[in-house]
Write a protein that binds this ligand. Sequence first.
Ligand code: ZN
Length: 123
Amino acid sequence: MSSNLALPKSCVYCGKTFIAKTTLTRYCCHSCNSRHYKLKARENKILSALVQNQQTVHSLQSLHSSQPHSLISKNYLCIKDAALLIGVSRWTINRMIKRGDLNIHKFGRKKIIKRSQIDKLFN
Ligand SMILES: [Zn+2]
């Protein structure tokens, strides 16, 4: 970098116009440089904290959507859904089907349970 340069520039931090000796100079003085650096570092810290927060919210949301809450509105459930909804294992559901406590409809290899069948269990 040539030191013969005299570029009028405005400081990135305080906005004061100054004469830069190199094209890379962005601050009028060293203290502006270090202050701006600290500010940036703090902003980055806040930003990364925010991003982390969003990720937490996001993972909570995806966890939520896999929870029984979204199954409540379903009228037809597969074994897995039904198990989740009642809070028992899939094997328990299968046992109930074998005992005849639950009527299912077969669609190919998939077993579908009507929601009303499950409601009946609790009557
Ligand atoms: Zn400055």
